[in-house]
Write a protein that binds this ligand. Structure first.
Ligand code: ADP
Length: 598
């Protein structure tokens, strides 16, 4: 693997070198070519400059001496002798191209028309023209230069011999300089590719590893070059980025975890109603609501229960304004044969990116509790009204009948006392129940001895027990301690014993047993062998204000809250209670109390 990377590194370096080498080569060739061309043009210009001077001198001579009119050009021969370049050929042509003078040719009549000669044609258009060509007249190659003077042409020519060729040849010093420069550049290139190539190939390896999700070496040495420094920074930034990404993933996982343990069903959809994020409660609720067993959760938007939600999403997804996150709560109910009447609270939030969240809460329990509380308030009002009406009735009767016999008066007052006693019991029971439900923290927890509580209670009940000839068989160890609230434990046993006294009848036997214990709980049974409670009342006996025998309960000053307090007090001690008919007769309660309340 390492060798592979090394190989690919050197291969890459070679590639890099050849790439730049090619660029430098092309660049050098272009510059060299251009410069060579320029140089040649310059040389030619210089030669033509000299030929132009000769041409001008010939022209001056023609003008001055009126040679054209005379049609005699022998004086040009003398001029030619003055020109340093003895090989020069001078030709004079008429505008029609007929040669009227040529320094090299004696018999002009043998010469053909020169108008079509390239240099002559060129000069006809631009006043001067040049051409290198083999002369048809002399059989030699010349460098011709022709100038057009509107009445005639003057043409000068130099034999294209070695010295002219040498003169026209470009100066190669520049080319040597260029080749030298090219060599230096290549050496620099070798150094640079070697120098930066390592960094580049390592950076390339890093990029490939990142792209392929392979682990990266955080301590990779990219070298001390500027590129190495940049590479280090890139790796640093990449590591920071991946750390942030990992942190984000962790946060997302936490969020998903939170969603999974949340009691509500939550799901996030994109604007095309594709499910992005959800928890199992959401799927459960949706399955329950729509009997959807398909995986296409877009179908849920067709459910009649979600009609309102759908409307809300459609309306808001289009008109999203910045800093405004539309949300709505919709309560809907679903009746099913199996589960019954269930209430759901849907909450919808539409986010800025048009994604939206739907959360579904099963609020059946809390709504039921609300109803129970309302019923309880009504019951309390009703229960309070009865004794208050009775007392005010008795007192008003006494007030309105001053002649009422004394014994009757006492009877009325006694009845009033009984009602007031009932009223006070009612208020006491309601206050205990409310405290247990709303402010459990007000009940202190301490180490309590159950046997001691029971012994003291039986002493309190002594007179009543004697009157009803009731016996209590206590099978509770003396050292039975739990941590709990003594007031509540007292109310458990006091209500049970009080009920047996009130309802079970005469000569009843009560058994209170600690029949079992495990590491966490003590298990108790309470039974009497009295008249018992008919089975139809048993399931509801722990409900508030539920009385099996309404008349007897009221007569005995019962509030209908006793067993409800018992149940709540047991629950406070993390225990459970249930009731069943006694083995032969009477009634039997079983309950557990946690040994150690944390
Ligand atoms: P109350 O304040 O009326 O006593 P409870 O909640 O304590 O209310 O009892 C509910 C009803 O259960 C009583 O009205 C009574 O009819 C019946 N009951 C409770 N305990 C006994 C028992 N030991 N024997 C017979 N009936 C009982």
């Amino acid at each position: 693997m390492q060798a592979n990377i090394h190989n690919s590194g050197s291969k890459y370096k070679k590639k890099l070198f050849f790439f730049f080498f090619l660029i430098v080569l092309i660049f050098s060739l272009l510059i060299g070519g251009f410069q060579y061309h320029q140089e040649k043009a310059y040389r030619r210009e210089k030669l033509e400059y000299a030929l132009n001077i000769y041409t001008e001198q010939v022209q001056k001579l023609i003008n001055k001496k009126g040679l054209l009119k005379k049609n005699s050009f022998s004086e040009i021969d003398s001029l030619r002798l003055l020109i340093p370049d003895r090989n020069i050929r001078i030709t004079v042509l008429t505008v029609k191209g007929d040669v009227i003078y040529d320094s090299y040719v004696e018999k002009l009549s043998e010469l053909d028309n020169h108008l079509q000669r390239p240099e002559v044609q060129k000069s006809l258009h631009t006043t001067k023209g040049s051409n290198i060509r083999l002369s048809g007249s002399t059989g030699q190659t010349y460098y011709y230069y022709s100038k057009y003077y509107y009445s005639h042409f003057v043409r000068t020519a130099l034999p294209f011999n070695d010295s002219v060729m040498m003169f026209l040849k470009a100066n190669n010093i520049f080319l040597y300089f260029l080749i030298g420069l090219f060599g230096v550049t290549v050496i620099f290139l070798i150094y640079a590719t070697e120098h930066f190539g390592n960094s580049i190939s390592k950076l390339r390896k890093f990029a490939i590893n990142v792209a392929k999700n392979r682990p990266i070496d955080p301590n990779e040495d990219f070298g001390k070059t500027e590129l190495g420094e940049i590479s280090h920074q890139i790796v640093k930034i990449y590591r920071k980025l991946s750390q942030t990404k990992e942190a984000l993933v962790r946060e997302k996982e936490k969020l998903i975890m939170h969603l999974q343990i949340a009691q509500e069903g939550v799901a996030v959809f994109d604007k095309d109603r594709n499910l992005i994020l959800w928890n199992s409660h959401f799927i459960d609720y949706i399955n329950y609501l729509g009997n959807i067993s398909t995986h296409n959760y877009q179908e849920i938007f067709e459910l009649p229960e979600l009609k309102e939600i759908n409307k809300f999403i459609n309306a808001n997804i289009k008109k999203l304004k910045s800093n405004y996150i539309p949300n709505v709560d919709i309560i809907s109910d679903k009746k099913t044969v199996i589960i019954g009447h269930k209430l759901f609270l849907y909450q919808v939030v539409v986010f800025q990116d048009c994604n939206f969240e739907i959360s579904i809460n099963d609020i059946t329990k809390s709504e039921n509790e609300k109803i129970i509380k309302q019923e309880m308030t009504l019951n309390i009002a009703h229960e309070l009204k009865t004794p208050v009406t009775a007392v005010s009735g008795f007192l008003e009767t006494i007030k309105d009948n001053p002649t009422m016999p004394e014994d009757k008066k006492i009877q009325f007052i006694e009845r009033s006392c009984l009602q007031i006693n009932r009223l006070s019991n009612l208020i006491k029971d309601i206050s205990v129940l409310t405290k247990m439900e709303e402010a459990q923290q007000l009940f202190s927890v301490e180490n309590i001895n159950i046997r001691k509580i029971l012994d003291e209670m039986i002493e309190d009940f002594e007179l009543k027990l004697e009157l009803s000839k009731m016996k209590i068989d206590l099978q509770i160890p003396r050292n039975l301690n739990i941590t709990g609230n003594s007031e509540l434990i007292d109310s458990v046993f006091r209500n049970l014993i009080d009920n047996s006294i009130k309802y079970a009848g005469k000569e009843v036997k009560v058994e209170i047993k600690n029949y079992f214990e495990d590491s966490n709980y003590h298990y108790f049974s309470y039974s009497d062998n009295g008249i018992g409670i008919s089975e139809k009342h048993l399931p509801r006996i722990f409900e508030r204000f539920y009385r099996a025998d309404n008349g007897r309960s009221r007569k005995m000053g019962g509030t209908g809250l006793g067993l409800s307090i018992v149940k709540n007090a047991v629950s406070f001690h993390n225990g459970r209670i249930f009731v069943k008919p006694g083995k032969e007769k009477g009634v039997e309660f079983f309950f557990s109390l946690k040994k150690q309340l944390s």
